[in-house]
Design a protein around this ligand. Structure first.
Ligand code: PGA
Length: 256
């Protein structure tokens, strides 16, 4: 089955709401609207820029979808600094990045937290982009497959097979994030194949053939083409290169 490619820009803690508006507008000038017929494009600004980007996309009818970088799993309550799934849903957020390695490593997010976030996002009709990936030490110790499949299993625990098919997974080797060292397309394809095999074991062949799995880690205009040619790779989660509208537009136009 052919899966619809999905390219998402993770802006991390970059771009004020004013910059974010400019970036989506510049992006829209550089991408032929027909391009979006064949690919989902998502931008994930900071929380403070979500509303501005939402209104820009809607007012200018730009077919880019809105994503958030994180969420809390509770509806409301005494959780200073957190943002609830309802708050995101009301902004027409379609995708939510969950379990990014920076949240796991720098903010102590556990597999259990990640699973609660995945469930909360799905319960609100949004799509989680569930991130998994190994450190350099784990890779060198031959633990890549065990690490990423364990994270997938924990992140998707308790999710029904037909719902799991709608989730987006992102394989992001931690050593490749922001370092300029990307995994080779063959290595990324191999690990993503292992992730798909794990999804097959958990949910069956139907879910495994439908679920979309991105690669992330130093994706650039110069390597997106070969990554997207790989049979297991359904898209990319792009950090640094998504901040610049020229670069991200070139990534979106990877077929040209
Ligand atoms: P990078 O980030 O493209 O800057 O390596 C990817 C990510 O963290 O999602």
């Amino acid at each position: 089955m052919s899966r619809r490619p999905i390219l998402a820009g993770n802006w991390k803690m970059h771009h004020t709401h004013l910059d974010a508006i400019q970036v989506v507008q510049k992006l829209s000038y550089q991408v032929d609207p027909k391009t979006y017929d064949d690919v989902d494009v998502v931008v994930c600004p900071t929380f403070t820029a979500l509303r501005s980007v939402q209104t820009t996309l809607e007012a200018d009818r730009i077919p880019i979808q809105l994503g958030a970088q994180d969420v809390h799993w509770e509806e409301h309550g005494a959780f200073t600094g957190e943002v609830s799934p309802t708050m995101l849903e009301k902004l027409n957020v379609a995708y939510v990045i969950v379990g990014h390695s920076e949240r796991r490593e720098l903010f102590g997010e556990t597999d259990d937290n990640v699973n609660k976030k995945v469930q909360a996002v799905l319960a609100h009709g949004m799509t989680p982009i569930l991130c998994v990936g190994e450190t350099l030490d784990e890779r060198e110790a031959g633990q890549t497959q065990a690490k990423v499949t364990g994270q997938v299993r924990a992140g998707l625990a308790g999710v029904k097979a037909e719902v799991a098919a709608t989730v987006v997974l992102a394989y992001e080797p931690i050593w490749a994030i922001g370092t300029g060292k990307n995994a080779t397309s063959e290595d990324a394809n191999e690990t993503i194949g292992q992730i798909r095999a794990e999804v097959r074991e958990m949910f069956g062949a139907g879910t495994a053939s439908e679920i979309r799995i991105q690669y992330g880690g130093s994706v650039k205009p110069g390597n997106i083409g070969e990554l997207m040619e790989m049979p297991e790779i359904d898209g990319a989660l792009v950090g640094g290169a998504s901040l610049d509208p020229d670069d991200f537009a070139r990534i979106i136009r990877y077929r040209d």
